[in-house]
Ligand binder design. Sequence first.
Ligand SMILES: Nc1ncnc2c1ncn2[C@@H]1O[C@H](COP(=O)(O)OP(=O)(O)OP(=O)(O)O)[C@@H](O)[C@H]1O
Ligand SMILES: *[C@@H]1O[C@H](CO)[C@@H](O)[C@H](O)[C@H]1NC(C)=O
Ligand SMILES: *[C@@H]1O[C@H](CO)[C@@H](O)[C@H](O)[C@H]1NC(C)=O
Ligand SMILES: *[C@@H]1O[C@H](CO)[C@@H](O)[C@H](O)[C@H]1NC(C)=O
Ligand SMILES: *[C@@H]1O[C@H](CO)[C@@H](O)[C@H](O)[C@H]1NC(C)=O
Ligand SMILES: *[C@@H]1O[C@H](CO)[C@@H](O)[C@H](O)[C@H]1NC(C)=O
Ligand SMILES: *[C@@H]1O[C@H](CO)[C@@H](O)[C@H](O)[C@H]1NC(C)=O
Ligand SMILES: *[C@@H]1O[C@H](CO)[C@@H](O)[C@H](O)[C@H]1NC(C)=O
Ligand SMILES: *[C@H]1O[C@@H](CO)[C@H](O)[C@@H](O)[C@@H]1NC(C)=O
Length: 676
Amino acid sequence: MAKSVHFLIIFQISLLNLFTFLASVQAQDQFIYHGFREAKLREDGLTNVHPNGLLQLTNSSRRQVGRAFYPQQLKFNASSSNSSESLSFSTYFVFAIVPEPRIPNGHGFAFTISPSVIFPASLTNQYLGLLNASNNGLASNHMFAVEFDTLKNPEFEDIDGNHVGIDLNSLTSNFSATAAYFSDREGTNKSLQLMSGNPLQVWIDYDGVKKFLTVTIAPIRIPRPNRPLLSRAVDLSEIFNESMYVGFSAATGSAVASNHYVLGWSFNKTGAAQILDPSKLPQSPKPRKLRTIPVLEITVSAVTVLIVMIITVVGIAYIKRKKKYEEIREDWEEEYGPQRFFYKDVYKATKGFKEEELIGAGGFGKVYKGVLPSSNAQIAVKKVSHNSAQGMKEFVAELATMGRLRHRNLVALLGYCRGKGELLLIYDYMPNGSLDKFLFSNEKPYLNWTQRFRILRGIASALLYLHEEWEQVVLHRDVKASNVLLDGDLNGRLGDFGLARLYDHGANPQTTHVVGTVGYLAPELTVTGKATTSTDVFSFGAFMLEMACARRPMEVNGLPEEMILVDWVFEKWRQGTILETCDPKLGGDYVLEEMELVLKLGLICSHSNPAARPSMRQVMQFLDGDAILPDILIDSAGVGMVVMGSEAPNSFELSSYGKISVQSMSSNDSVLHVGR
Ligand SMILES: Nc1ncnc2c1ncn2[C@@H]1O[C@H](COP(=O)(O)OP(=O)(O)OP(=O)(O)O)[C@@H](O)[C@H]1O
Ligand SMILES: *[C@@H]1O[C@H](CO)[C@@H](O)[C@H](O)[C@H]1NC(C)=O
Ligand SMILES: *[C@@H]1O[C@H](CO)[C@@H](O)[C@H](O)[C@H]1NC(C)=O
Ligand SMILES: *[C@@H]1O[C@H](CO)[C@@H](O)[C@H](O)[C@H]1NC(C)=O
Ligand SMILES: *[C@@H]1O[C@H](CO)[C@@H](O)[C@H](O)[C@H]1NC(C)=O
Ligand SMILES: *[C@@H]1O[C@H](CO)[C@@H](O)[C@H](O)[C@H]1NC(C)=O
Ligand SMILES: *[C@@H]1O[C@H](CO)[C@@H](O)[C@H](O)[C@H]1NC(C)=O
Ligand SMILES: *[C@@H]1O[C@H](CO)[C@@H](O)[C@H](O)[C@H]1NC(C)=O
Ligand SMILES: *[C@H]1O[C@@H](CO)[C@H](O)[C@@H](O)[C@@H]1NC(C)=O
């Protein structure tokens, strides 16, 4: 019984051995895998087999290993003459290292023959999951590896980051070469990128008798190159134990990682390993377009930057625009609504105060032409720089009043608006510009007497309107040829009324000079500084003489006796040759009575004594012929005397014209003093 049991046990063991033996005979000297779905490899770490049979050793997980080994040991017996037990082997496999976008690639993988599939305390990174720092290089490792290294590790004396090396017990390769293949057709070496993502074929053949190793690589579908990449005499008898595992090991680093794939594998100890049929191999994933992704990212970031820049620029432009359009509007201005313009409209009307729109510059500031976008009305915009808000309220109140002044011989003040540090006055546009250009420059056509007389009467009626016909007395303060503008029909229009008041309201607090223009200033004005209707009349007198003689009230460059117009005219009148003073360009083509009237009335208005000057109403009556100009008498001392007739509303008292010149001179001095 015991015997039979013993036999049974022996039999069972033998049977078991037989099965194991049979299995090993079939399995242990060769195998071939087109994909690994059925392979049942010994997997370790990240390794997994995809449903399509693709063997993935690692993915982009950091500091990981992935290993896959043929499950059974193979026999490597240096003493055996049986080829299936000898040291010789041949293997062929197809792999792909697919880079992971945005992750630097590494570390590579190794075809490995080792006595064990357990690699205790082995390291990731450059150790490829095979060894560690303390056992690296030890003969006891019995490790053979062909490394496909995609990162240059100086500590292992790597030649570069794209090489194939033979590692014996160590990760410091005994010899290595940059990945390349010999093109039989072209007869040259062609470089290869191990981690291009493209499948590569590998042939590793060891002849145990000749102790010679060759490693050949090539892109897939290319016949095995005649010349291997590596070929060297290597004695593996000390490396291989009798039983060894064959397989692959890969690792990722702390910052680098690649997807390491094996598509198919054949191994043969009795002959050359079979080449795999590429069509039967699983597809490795295409690298996610490495180049387009950064391109996309660059494009996206560039576009983002561009958008941000555009937004910034637009924002700045908007702010600038807002600043440009920024208007000052205070509560007290509410009641002046109708006269209040929007700065934006005025800005647009003048095309942003463009230089081309500039039509002139006067004492108060630049004047721009413009067209109101809303009504297409032509406007003239006077830009008065105003650096203090002081007095602005009063002045604007006055402007609003002036805005209501309407007379056909006044340039209508349409309104105003306030920007930063400036006041904008909006007037009707006068296409013919200012009168002085007609009188003193050759650029404008000459005005005949009829036109001049009509302008004089027009301006006189405008002044009368300001002085007496408006609900309150408005002083012009700066009557002169350059403030008379001509409309399309050459009608005279008095402009700039009341603007001189801006000075009174502290626009220019550092100067307290008399407002007005040299030559037009009544003598008493320089003494009292107080403008009256009479000072306006004085200016109008100077203007009348200017029109008749086409000479400026003060001609600094003229002959000494002709320097002051009123003195010269008076002198000529005293000599009884007053008509010699009239504009020679008229060529005598004028109405004698009118000319005389204008010259004499001009003299009378220029009287040094304000009380002796007529009012604008009287001036108007003289000009209209509704009143007869009184005779001007000359006394023996050469002093002009005005004797007003009884029909005259006021009587003029005797006065000296001679004084005028003296006082005019002194007034000039004082004015020049203050720099206007
Ligand atoms: N409403 C207007 N229409 C057309 N042109 C104008 C108008 N207002 C002014 N101008 C032009 O702008 C120029 C400057 O005008 P502005 O009244 O500022 O200066 P000015 O009269 O010469 O000097 P001041 O400021 O001392 O009176 C004028 O010579 C005239 O040609
Ligand atoms: C890598 O593979 C392992 C195991 O298959 C998985 O757990 C891990 O999430 C994967 N990592 C990445 C980054 O895909
Ligand atoms: C190796 O081969 C020799 C010669 O054939 C044999 O004697 C020896 O037992 C073999 N060793 C093993 C471990 O199989
Ligand atoms: C070689 O060894 C294998 C098993 O290892 C055996 O099946 C085969 O018969 C042997 N061949 C020779 C010629 O000895
Ligand atoms: C390999 O062989 C050596 C002696 O040749 C032995 O010491 C070692 O344990 C063997 N390794 C394994 C893993 O079997
Ligand atoms: C290296 O590995 C060996 C065995 O593989 C182990 O005995 C040793 O402790 C390891 N060394 C370190 C530093 O981890
Ligand atoms: C090709 O490469 C091999 C191995 O690196 C080298 O020995 C050989 O000289 C090279 N041949 C040519 C033509 O470059
Ligand atoms: C191994 O080599 C033999 C002899 O060349 C061949 O018949 C066989 O197909 C090969 N097997 C593999 C898996 O390569
Ligand atoms: C590689 O081969 C092994 C076994 O032959 C030696 O022990 C190592 O010294 C050798 N290493 C290098 C760098 O050549």
